[in-house]
Design a binder for this molecule. Sequence first.
Ligand SMILES: Cc1cc2nc3c(=O)[nH]c(=O)nc-3n(C[C@H](O)[C@H](O)[C@H](O)COP(=O)(O)O)c2cc1C
Length: 217
Amino acid sequence: MDLLNVSKTRYTTKAYDPNKKIPKEQFERLLEILRLAPSSINIQPWHYFIADNTAAKARIAKALVGKYAYNAPKVLDSSHTILFCTQADISETHLENLLSRDEISGRFKDEKAKQGQKDSRTGYVDYYRNEKGDIQRWAENQTFIALGQALLAAGIEGIDATPIGGFDEELIAEELGLAEKGLIPSVLLTLGYRSENDFNAKLPKSRLIKEDIFTLL
Ligand SMILES: Cc1cc2nc3c(=O)[nH]c(=O)nc-3n(C[C@H](O)[C@H](O)[C@H](O)COP(=O)(O)O)c2cc1C
């Protein structure tokens, strides 16, 4: 299936069939696609919590209460739910980890190239932290690129999905000890197979028209 077709046919699933499970190998492919997502200066500021069983999904659903309760069945009936988190700040340890991974991957022909990468990355991080003054927003933007990639990937793999921003951030942070890990919760993604009763599967897609969103210069 080509990507335009996937863009037309993928949709936000509102009700899942709780009895259907994504095959293990296929789910591993999705995780690998997530790992390969691009990010600004390859900063990869994300961490993913994966719930693939009833108890784990129930832990996530603790954050789906009150005004977010409508999202709870999606998580509980999904095959897998992923919580996308973002590093609250970019630490020296993370920068060192990235640089050493670049080196192991064979991206530097000599020490000078390595130093150049280190300086450039540090420069951008300092710019977003000190001049733009909102490093967390920049970092979280990257995590949402990964979300977009995962949504398209799910569509190509024939897996239904729901991006979920409606959850209690404090409750999920508490449940998973995110602050201690230096993480903030960004978005949930449920994956699985639509229920026959999913009203949204039958609704037509609605998008602004080209004239509203494109300006040819
Ligand atoms: C970041 C993000 C957060 C969203 N949060 C929710 C949510 O909490 N609950 C929900 O049912 N849908 C949620 N959606 C789904 C959107 O409403 C949906 O993508 C949009 O209406 C377009 O419809 P489509 O995905 O079916 O094409 C979210 C989508 C995105 C990208």
